[in-house]
Design a protein around this ligand. Structure first.
Ligand code: CP3
Length: 371
């Protein structure tokens, strides 16, 4: 597989261009494109089956297993994208963090950063250590056969840094804040380091693996005030985005700064360019995004991805249909939109409700076809 990837970078012709069209000014539109965060996951019985006797990171590291899991939701749902089965912690793991995926607790880092001397432990990934991700992408892209768009991803520097110092998913982010406000210089240094490695990681996902779109997950962006986000986090994100766009100017990039409902953060990203190239092409939005933010994004000709609260899928058919309709009504003023949830699917979701969400989104977005 790896030899084939290194010598043959041709892929099947793209027949489904809905996602890619959502990033073009004169988009064709038969219906809105749709995919779901965490679409390959524990709500699927076939996912639980394949993971039954497997460690999470072992599964990620086997390109054939990772590709198979990535393709699972596409076998039964009419989705327009595949997001590669991996984790935002794949990169810090390759940078020297010892991470295990605990079945109950989620990720646990055994050698988290505790003192400023510990930052010397962080290293550039050994080139071999991430090749499996590019192999899995390549294999998936071949298998998709142009019928879906392949999405690569990474965690944003701040979210990855939080894991490095907290050692697990945190509620209060006290260690993160201690580092940020007490060891500010060291924190910035680590953020910049993660940013540079993340840029290279995304570039390789595109150039080596064939990823067609990339998404950056800043899941913990909402844990600090915007004033801190702007001062400490944006500079490292700028490094990441600039280095990526320098190498991959035509690859659409979606930013997901979760729980940051303020208009400030979106405006900050809208103003970021490399020459004439916007650094962020699309925004994954929260459910409760304001009209002010929507207008700003639409006026700036960027793509909107969003934004149904996944909890609505626990509700009745009536409320689900109504909320899908209201979401589309709001978003369809631009052709540049991609239907998604506002965060990921969880093990509690039912397959049939997920199917209804997809079917309703497709049916209702078709009503706007001839606008
Ligand atoms: O389908 C997809 O969206 C692609 C794969 C993907 C996973 N994780 C697989 C996964 C993606 C894009 C991620 C991103 C990720 N990982 C984020 C950012 C998105 C978000 O949810 O905010 C974060 C914060 C993580 C870290 C992480 N990984 C946690 C907190 C956990 C455990 C709890 C949970 O939410 O499931 C994981 C494990 C993980 N990553 C699983 C999957 C399918 C579950 C593994 C299992 O226990 O079988």
């Amino acid at each position: 597989l790896r030899e084939m990837r290194k010598t043959n970078k041709t892929f099947p012709r793209q027949t489904n261009t809905r996602i890619l069209d959502a990033f073009q000014s004169f988009a064709q539109f038969d219906r809105a494109p749709i995919w779901m965060m965490r679409q390959a996951g524990r709500y699927l019985p076939e996912f639980k089956e394949i993971m039954k006797n497997r460690d999470f990171f072992d599964a990620c590291q086997d390109p054939f297993i990772a590709a198979e899991i990535t393709l699972q939701p596409l076998k039964q749902f009419d989705l327009d994208a595949a997001i590669i089965f991996s984790d935002i912690l794949t990169l810090p793991k390759a940078m020297g963090m010892e991470i295990i995926m605990d079945k109950e607790k989620g990720p646990v880092i055994k050698n988290k950063l505790e003192t400023i001397d510990d930052i010397n432990r962080i290293k550039s990934p050994d080139p071999q250590s991430l090749e499996h991700v590019y192999d899995a992408l390549y294999l998936t892209r071949q298998a998709l056969y142009g019928k879906q768009t392949l999405i690569g991803f990474c965690g944003a520097p701040f979210t990855v840094f939080s894991y490095m110092v907290e050692g697990e998913t945190s509620k209060m982010f006290l260690k993160t804040k201690k580092w940020l406000y007490q060891y500010t210089q060291e924190t910035k240094k680590v953020l910049d380091l993660i940013a540079k490695e993340s840029a290279q990681y995304l570039i390789n996902q595109v150039k080596e693996g064939g990823a067609q779109v990339v998404q950056i997950f800043d899941s913990f962006a909402g844990q600090i005030p915007f004033i801190d986000y702007k001062e400490f986090v944006i500079p490292s994100l700028r490094i990441l985005l600039e280095e990526f766009k320098l190498e991959c100017p035509t690859t659409p990039l979606i930013m997901f700064a979760k729980d940051q409902n303020g208009v400030e953060i979106i405006i900050t990203f809208l103003k970021m360019f490399l020459g004439d190239t916007p650094l962020v092409d699309g925004f994954q939005l929260d459910s409760n995004v304001s009209d002010e933010v929507l207008v700003k994004i639409i006026e700036s000709d960027r793509t909107i991805q969003g934004n149904l609260e996944p909890g609505v899928l626990f509700g009745t058919q009536q409320i689900l249909k109504k909320r899908v309709s209201q979401m589309i009504e709001k978003l369809q003023t631009t052709r540049r939109f991609i239907i998604n949830l506002s965060h990921g699917l969880t093990p509690e979701h039912e397959v049939e409700k997920v199917r209804l969400f997809i079917q309703e989104s497709i049916r209702q977005s078709k009503l706007y076809k001839v606008r």
